[in-house]
Design a protein around this ligand. Structure first.
Ligand code: SAM
Length: 226
């Protein structure tokens, strides 16, 4: 049974896509989409041997070796021009790691039409990267599963200019302001306030900077939640 989180990622993979799922682990997402005949071809990329072998096993057991190729390699290195990849998905990692993978592989990323990125935390790093590298948000989602809150970002080529508040919270999520969004940011700002209160009372520059950053983020969140 595929997690709701990965099902949501799958919903944004266009019909008959040629998909590269990076950090695929058991290759659950490409297997699910292939069984539903929703993709033409997929690469399941893995950089770690254990998950790479689990992916190979899964694809073989499901009888999907004609559609899914499991490849070992770092990030987007597993993609070749002749694969004609149209969609890249990277799910279940921190935003900074996802941003690092697309930055390192940005030439390969540009071969695709759509990026579906699902950070567990710090989606900000991805929005920042997208803004600086010619990608724009066409869709954002926030969802809760097993008491964890996840964000999902769908990018296509284009330009966008975000405010600090939009970069932190997500321009589309901020506008929608769902109950899950309110829950996530209420939780985060409560945590920031706790950290702020526990910061030692000193005017060391690094502490003053930290205090300022926290106050700034709390202000951005509180304004958005009003
Ligand atoms: N995508 C699946 C999901 O959302 O459930 C698996 C997520 S799992 C937490 C993250 C996977 O990414 C791990 O299997 C890890 O080995 C892989 N990974 C981390 N960095 C990677 C990289 N630079 N290139 C390819 N895979 C990577």
């Amino acid at each position: 049974q595929l997690s709701e989180r990965l099902k949501r990622v799958g919903e944004h993979v266009p019909k008959n896509a040629r998909l590269a799922d990076i950090g695929s682990d058991h290759a659950y997402l490409p297997c699910y989409l292939a069984k539903q005949q929703r993709i033409e071809f997929a690469i399941a990329g893995e950089v770690v041997k254990g998950p790479f072998q689990s992916a190979e096993r899964q694809v073989r057991t499901e009888g999907l070796t004609d559609i899914i190729e499991v490849r070992m390699g770092d990030g987007l290195d597993v993609i070749r021009a002749e694969d004609h990849i149209s969609t890249i998905s990277i799910a279940g990692m921190g935003g900074p790691l996802i941003a690092k993978i697309v930055e390192r592989g940005k030439i390969k990323a540009n071969l695709a039409e759509r990026l579906i990125l699902q950070p567990n935390v710090h989606a900000l790093a991805i929005r920042e990267w997208a803004e600086q590298n010619g990608w724009k948000l066409i869709h954002e989602e926030i969802l809760e599963e097993n008491q964890k809150i996840y964000e999902l970002l769908v990018l296509e080529k284009g330009t966008m200019n975000l405010t600090d508040q939009e970069r932190l919270l997500g321009p589309l999520l901020m506008h929608e302001k769902s109950a899950t969004f309110t829950k996530k940011w209420t939780r985060e700002s409560t945590e920031w306030k706790r950290i702020l209160q526990n910061l030692p009372d000193s005017d060391r520059p690094e502490l003053a900077e930290k205090r300022q950053e926290l106050e700034w983020k709390i202000k951005l969140v509180e304004e958005a939640l009003q």
